[in-house]
Design a protein around this ligand. Sequence first.
Ligand code: F0G
Length: 380
Amino acid sequence: MVRGVSVTLVTSLKQLLRGQPAPAGGRKQTSWPGLAAHYRSWLPVGDNTPIITLLEGNTPLLRAPALEKRIGRGVRVFLKVDGLNPTGSFKDRGMTMAISKAREAGATAVICASTGNTSAAAAAYARRGGLRAFAVIPDGYVAKGKLAQALLYGAEVLAIQGNFDQALAITQDLAERYPVTLVNSINPYRLEGQKTAAFEVVDALGDAPDWLCIPMGNAGNISAYWMGFQEYRNAGRSRKLPVMYGFQASGSAPLVLGSPVANPTTIATAIRIGNPANWEKALTVREESGGRFRSVSDGEILAAYQLLAGEEGVFCEPASAASVAGMLKHATEIPPEAQVVCVLTGNGLKDPTTALENNQANLHRNLAPEPGVIAQLMGL
Ligand code: F0G
């Protein structure tokens, strides 16, 4: 009994120190309050910040036995399944912060350029916070599910005959000239929110992993993870820092090549970016972590995408599979017994077209509605 009381007391004290109210009656809080409330003391959240939340964060860190088997040598692989956020991608982590801070500053409208996920998250959080949302997207290069989301969440979607880099230049220009807040990852609150994914990884593992594998587009997320790992290490929450491995699609690999790509191409449309906005930050991450930036082909991305679904039971979008494709490609560089976390940034349901066009399964159509016909095809 005494032990139970002291544990409750310590929990309440910790919550008080973090600026959170202790749960009524001293009972342990069981439901997740959203990342801004949970990590409040680590974030730029004040008494006057209206927290706009869909209870994002707290996503699974899932062991990946099929990948471990392939790599061998006692390497442990975990998947950070961030596609299980409310709008199906890691963008929700950044957007709860960006939209809350925009509301706090009195904004009434937000704008973003997007390959799809940012627009879905911006639209959802903006509308929940009572703000207008504008999304400038590359026409024809946004996966169907993402476009559907942005439209249904009530964003004004402006599709340009150009790529993401051009869309971002336009939105930056508009945000400077009109009263709309830019919510791309140049907005510092986005990275603040996204760094919580690194906190969650350390909270789950008890320390930072040895390697972190992550897809890169604008390189906001790799920068946010690094910020989170550093803050936790500096506060004594972890002993080490991971080596950061950033992966790009080979047709859209400016950070690997060291120069912008004018016409980026890849099946992984989420990371079809030729001139990343967080270029300098990404280089700092690579240098400070002793990391590497590498490219993976569309074929390698699709192979990892199918392997994740078919063997691990995890359906992510193609861009997310770049992290696993990269890990497998460079598996010999992983030290024995190392812990590796691969970030799966978005949900597979976002891009049904790619899934339907790239799978090994048989879809038997136009079958007569008779058990005999079905049984024959089942081959049992
Ligand atoms: N994975 C997914 C599923 C993404 O949607 C993105 C970026 C990335 C990885 C790369 O993250 O840009 O921080 O390096 N999507 C942005 C968008 C560009 O508009 O949704 P990053």
